[in-house]
Design a binder for this molecule. Structure first.
Ligand code: GDP
Length: 367
């Protein structure tokens, strides 16, 4: 099931396939179902479930990935009917975030998001926490809760209670890690070093541009979400002023709210920046939709009131017609290629021009 037009559906499905490949899956076939609203029982509707079952059989697929967030009962019904594992967009994105989290804070944030997703989906007997949270490698030996179980509590209730405890603990940990970061940030403010946040859709080329601008060795991967933990680098303007450049979490459409919640403290750092450099992939079939999706998340963390410099990247691979269209659409944007280096100097100038000027200190010297 999908919202919007046919091409929206195609783009969304292409992105879903790219996400699935990033998560390590091999994508066999895509099916689109158009309905006015999702079917409450099976999400895609009765007839389509049979089609789906036939595709699963003929391709030998072991997983079905749905482009949206399914209710716990829709997931269960689909699994029963197709006899294979069913994953929704949210679970897939959470899985990728889990694979890519590197810092302690990033890992805690992803685990929190996963547990919040899992909590309403716990199924009770036979389907315990130990199976469902498998792979995260945490959760401290789930299932061995005999001693912990309160009187008359079922296994499901125990699991839920343990998860709630873990969630509360993760929240506390994340909060204290955020405090440390705030202290660092406060130091930056005191030093009055302007900060530039690089935001943009995942795979738009944020890391590549950061490398171009600072010569830093940031990992560049042709995978969605190569960037998860924010990286901050120093840079200097042509007249020698210092500023910082930070890469932010990659955005995708329908970023699960659990992720936005869990990464709020990281994302909020964007709101503290002096300038947002918003990178757009010029070769994407629908760059305007990317821009909308990113701005939506920026607005959620209060970063929409910051000055924004729109940077269209990958112009080495963008066709002429698209270039003209995008130039008309975004007359103030700079057009660059992190690969060929085209437009990089212009981008650096545009960033510098938008940095706040340090306040001039005037001291009166008395005779
Ligand atoms: P991020 O997820 O936004 O940080 O994107 P990356 O910097 O990791 O780049 C994602 C992919 O796009 C990589 O395969 C890059 O090699 C590719 N890429 C980045 N910049 C350019 C560019 O200017 N032109 C082309 N053709 N590809 C680029």
């Amino acid at each position: 099931w999908t919202e919007g037009t046919q091409s929206d559906a195609d783009n969304s499905l292409t992105e879903l396939a790219a996400l699935a490949e990033t998560a390590g899956s091999q994508v066999l076939e895509g099916l689109i179902q158009r309905r006015n609203r999702p079917d409450p029982a099976t999400y895609i509707g009765r007839g389509k479930v049979d089609d789906l079952g036939a595709v699963v059989l003929s391709t030998g697929a072991d997983t079905v990935i749905c482009d949206g967030e399914l209710s716990p009962s829709q997931l269960r019904n689909l699994e029963q009917r197709t006899k294979v594992k069913v994953v929704d967009r949210t679970a897939l994105i959470l899985d990728i975030f889990a694979q890519h989290a590197k810092s302690k804070e990033g890992k805690a944030q992803v685990e929190l998001a996963q547990l919040e997703y899992l909590l309403p989906r716990l199924r009770g007997w036979g389907e315990s926490l130990s199976r469902q949270s498998g792979g995260s490698g945490r959760g401290g030996g789930a299932g061995g809760g005999v001693g912990l179980r309160g009187p008359g509590e079922t296994k499901l209730e125990t699991d839920r209670r343990r998860i709630r405890h873990r969630i509360a603990r993760l929240r506390r940990e994340i909060k204290s890690m955020a405090t440390v970061r705030q202290t660092k940030r406060a130091r930056r403010t005191r030093n009055a070093v302007p900060a530039v946040a690089i935001a943009g859709y995942t795979n738009a080329g944020k890391s590549s541009l950061l490398n171009r601008l600072t010569g830093a060795g940031v990992l560049v991967e042709n995978a969605l979400f190569a960037t998860l933990d924010p990286t901050t680098r120093r840079a200097t303007t042509s007249d020698g002023r210092l500023y910082t450049l930070s890469d932010t979490v990659g955005f995708v459409r329908h970023l699960p709210h659990q992720i936005v919640e869990a990464f709020r403290s990281t994302l909020e750092e964007v709101a503290d920046a002096d300038l947002v450099v918003h990178v757009v992939d010029g070769t994407h079939p629908d760059p305007e939709e990317q821009v909308r999706a990113v701005r939506e998340v920026l607005a959620e963390v209060g970063a929409d009131r910051l000055p924004e410099l729109l940077v269209v990247n990958k112009t080495d691979a963008t066709d002429e017609e698209t270039m003209l269209r995008l130039k008309r659409l975004w007359p103030d944007a700079v057009f660059v290629s992190a690969h060929s280096g085209r437009g990089i100097d212009e981008m650096r100038d545009a960033v510098e021009r938008r940095l706040p000027r340090p306040a001039v200190e005037v001291r009166a010297v008395l005779p």
